[in-house]
Design a protein around this ligand. Structure first.
Ligand code: C2E
Ligand code: MG
Ligand code: MG
Length: 754
């Protein structure tokens, strides 16, 4: 009992005077009395010890006592101690009574009050069993013993109760904790199971200690493998499923060595699935006891990443590698080449006249051609070589592991030959050629930029050969600019020394074969090299800017010559003069031309200016200048039409009079179906734009017949006449049969010569 509540004691005795005695002995009245009792009991002054207060009840019979004990227990005020007489006739004796009491309340402390002749301790134990809640008090009582017993046993009862409460509380706590642990464990287990990842726990000894159902589902692990609980069987199984098992197994054995390491690796299964494997040490009390592996299905993500990477590194039209990928591949080729002491080559390939096909047919047809050509090109190279499309009709082929120049030559020829078979596009047979420039590592440079630039330079040289050629880069292609310097000096003196002269090539009306105009073409009578063609010096003249004074001279000379023919009373014809972009851009060309016309007194309608399409479209100012020339009444022609990169749609915006179809198309008449298609397209387009058409480089009767069939109005070419001197032009103007006779005599000469 606590401080407020007295301990409850019950005296069960058939003798009421005994009740009275107990009350007297145990009931205390005042604090002094307590102190005295305490001193009596425990010795000393007894001033500080508190003798407990008792509430004493009595029963005369065993049954009555038991009933009271029961009621007290039920009302929550149990007895701490019972003094039970051993003999209580006529009812239960003490032993019987105690049996009943303990049936109700085991905790109650009991003192059996007995006379000498009653039960011995052994008998009592025999009847009631061994217990420490029972003491025997011999009659007659000693007051002090009674007080001692009451005091000690109630204290014991209180301690027992407290201990019991404490134990119950502890038990409750343990059960609460167990419950909460069970809860977290089940939470953990359900998290483990509800995870979308496959999880496996393997201990240090290589035993699988845990795994979730997902592991079996996702990795499709056979039951026997997982039931074996062996890490080795698990990895053996994975080995059969992975695309590159060696790499994964190597990583796993590394992790076995470094137990604390965390690792994330991506593993590819043969069935196409991709997993991210997150592996971390399994720790218990700061000690690594094994490893937890978490497999996450990242197939979708990996597929998307792969797609994105493919998009970033490939050309969407042809599916070939793009510039990014090519650069990566060239980087690799450097190290491969250095390692194996081998060469690699870059082939810069460009279609000849692609732009025109694109424009005259359709962009769709152009795309189809590119795709078809890409397929053929791909088939013509080895698997290790790389074919990339840089854009437009520019391709680069990287040939790896090359041992000789001959090998590159063979491959380049093979590549060019894929174009020799016509392409079937938009219900047409198209023939196209390509030009290739080649640079090799290490000969032609040691960086990607230099190698690509040199291959590109060489490609332009190949193009100058009118296509279907490959050319190796040579350092002279760059050092040719040095040679240019020398030629620059020579050209300057040529002008001063009057070493230039003009020849005039007749242009005829195809129907009447009448001379209608001449094209002025420059020649250089070189003091040492003899007569040089424009191709030998015009490029240098353009590079050094000398083309401007040379061009001025051509213009003046041609106009003067034409005026001279007219003044000689010959029928008036036009003279065509070739003009470059530079001539337009330096000074005021319109002003210059009108001055020349004034000086030579030539009517503007007898002067024709030839520009290439690239010249016209290279600059807005040129378009304006052409417009002004046109206003002066000068005839404007586009030269070498079809070889440039212009879009045909521009033509109607520029005031033009004539298109000169480039000789390369004319030369393919009868041999290339697509060129015929293009010529017909140009002729009909020119007509729709109200332009005259002249075919250049006409050399054969077949070509003449073809051009006649498709209504090409004008022609120029060796078939009718090579470029002639001014005198010969004069003669042909005087005598319409002159050209024919000239041709016949040339034929005869050729015949006799053969
Ligand atoms: P172009 O303006 O296209 O001139 C036609 C070229 O074709 C001339 O070459 C002519 O001789 C050649 N030719 C004519 N008929 C035939 C033929 O039936 N078959 C073949 N295969 N060729 C034929 P040329 O005189 O060597 O001139 C070459 C180029 O040089 C000219 O091409 C022109 O672009 C340029 N050129 C010529 N003279 C001048 C000039 O005074 N100033 C400028 N800026 N360029 C000029
Ligand atoms: Mg020309
Ligand atoms: Mg031409």
């Amino acid at each position: 009992m606590n401080d407020q509540n007295p301990f409850k004691i019950i005296i069960i005795d058939d003798n009421p005077s005994i009740h009275h005695d107990f009350v007297k002995i145990l009931k205390t009245k005042s604090p002094n009395e307590i102190d005295n009792l305490s001193a009596e009991l425990f010795g000393g002054e007894g001033t500080t010890t508190q003798f407990p207060e008792f509430e004493i009840d009595a029963a005369s019979q065993g049954k009555e006592g038991v009933l009271r004990i029961k009621t007290a227990l039920e009302t929550g005020k149990p007895y701490a101690l019972a003094f039970v007489d051993i003999r209580m006739p006529p009812g239960w004796d003490g032993i019987e009574t105690i049996k009943h009491i303990w049936e109700i309340n085991k905790d109650i402390q009991i003192v059996i009050c007995t006379a000498y002749s009653d039960y011995s301790w052994e008998d009592t134990v025999k009847h009631l069993g061994k217990t420490d809640n029972l003491l025997i008090l011999k009659k007659p009582f000693d007051n002090v013993s009674v007080r001692q017993l009451a005091c000690a046993l109630t204290k014991k009862w209180e301690l027992t109760r407290e201990t019991k409460d404490y134990t119950t509380q502890l038990q409750q706590e343990v059960s609460d904790r167990t419950m909460s642990l069970q809860k977290s464990l089940s939470l953990l287990k359900s998290t483990f199971e509800s995870s979308s990842d496959a999880i496996i726990v393997i201990n240090k000894d290589g035993t699988i200690t845990d795994y979730n159902v997902k592991l079996i589902e996702m990795l499709q692990i056979p039951k026997s493998t997982i039931e074996s609980k062996s890490e080795e069987s698990f990895f053996d199984y994975l080995q059969t499923q992975l695309k590159s098992p060696d790499e994964f197994l190597r990583r796993m054995s590394e992790l076995r060595e470094n137990r604390t390491e965390v690792d994330i690796s991506v593993i590819h299964f043969k069935n196409g699935k991709v997993f991210e494997c997150y592996s971390q040490p399994h720790q218990l009390n700061n000690e690594v006891v094994g490893r937890i592996m978490d497999f996450r299905d990242i197939t979708k993500r990996a597929t998307l990443e792969k797609k994105l990477h493919h998009q970033a590194t490939h050309d969407p039209l042809t599916g070939l590698a793009n510039r990014v990928k090519l650069l990566e591949e060239i980087k690799d080729a450097f190290s491969l080449s250095n390692k194996h002491d081998s060469l690699f080559a870059l082939l810069f390939l460009d279609f000849d006249r692609f732009k025109l096909i694109n424009d005259s047919l359709s962009h769709q047809a152009g795309d189809t051609l590119l795709k078809e050509a890409a397929t053929r090109l791909q088939a013509s190279i080895r698997k290790d070589d790389v074919l990339a499309r840089l854009g437009g009709d520019e391709f680069v082929i990287l040939l790896k592991n090359i041992s000789s120049k001959k090998e590159i030559e063979d491959k380049a020829s093979k590549i060019l030959s894929v174009f020799h078979q016509p392409f079937h596009i938009a219900d047409r047979k198209l023939t196209i050629t390509a030009s290739i420039g080649i640079s090799t590592y290490p000969t032609d440079g040691d960086s990607i930029d230099i190698l690509l630039r040199n291959a590109d330079t060489a490609m332009y040289r190949a193009k100058a050969k009118k296509g279907d050629h490959y050319i190796f880069y040579t350092p002279t292609m760059n050092s040719e600019s040095l040679a240019t310097l020398d030629q620059d000096m020579e050209l300057r003196s040529a002008l001063a020394n009057n070493e230039f002269f003009l020849v005039y090539q007749p242009q005829l009306d195809l129907g009447s074969e009448k001379l209608i105009a001449v094209e002025a073409l420059i020649r250089w009578r070189h003091p040492k090299k003899g007569i040089l063609s424009p191709i030998d010096f015009i490029p240098t003249a353009e590079e050094t800017g000398l083309i401007v004074p040379i061009g001025d001279w051509v213009l003046k000379t041609a106009c003067a010559q034409n005026k001279a023919w007219q003044e000689a009373g010959l029928p008036p014809i036009r003279v065509a003069v070739n003009v470059t972009a530079q001539q337009f851009l330096v000074n005021n060309l319109t002003q210059k031309i009108s001055t020349v016309l004034k000086e030579t007194k030539l009517d503007p309608q007898y002067l024709e200016i030839e520009l290439t399409e690239n010249v016209i479209l290279s600059n807005r100012e040129i378009i304006l200048a052409v417009t002004e020339l046109k206003k002066l009444g000068i005839f404007i022609a586009i030269d070498d039409f079809g070889t440039g990169y212009s879009s045909l749609s521009y033509l109607h915006r520029i005031p033009l009079d004539r298109l000169k179809i480039d000789s390369s198309f004319i030369q393919h008449i009868q041999s290339a179906n697509d060129d015929e298609v293009i010529i017909r397209a140009i002729i009909s387009m020119a007509k729709s734009l109200n332009l005259e058409v002249l075919a250049e480089g006409v050399e054969s009767l077949d070509q003449v017949n073809f051009l006649k069939k498709y209504d090409c109005a004008d022609v120029q070419g060796y078939y009718f006449s090579a470029p002639l001197s001014g005198d010969d032009i004069k003669k042909s103007l005087e005598n319409p049969d002159f050209l024919k006779k000239l041709k016949d005599s040339l034929k005869k000469h050729a015949h006799e010569g053969s």
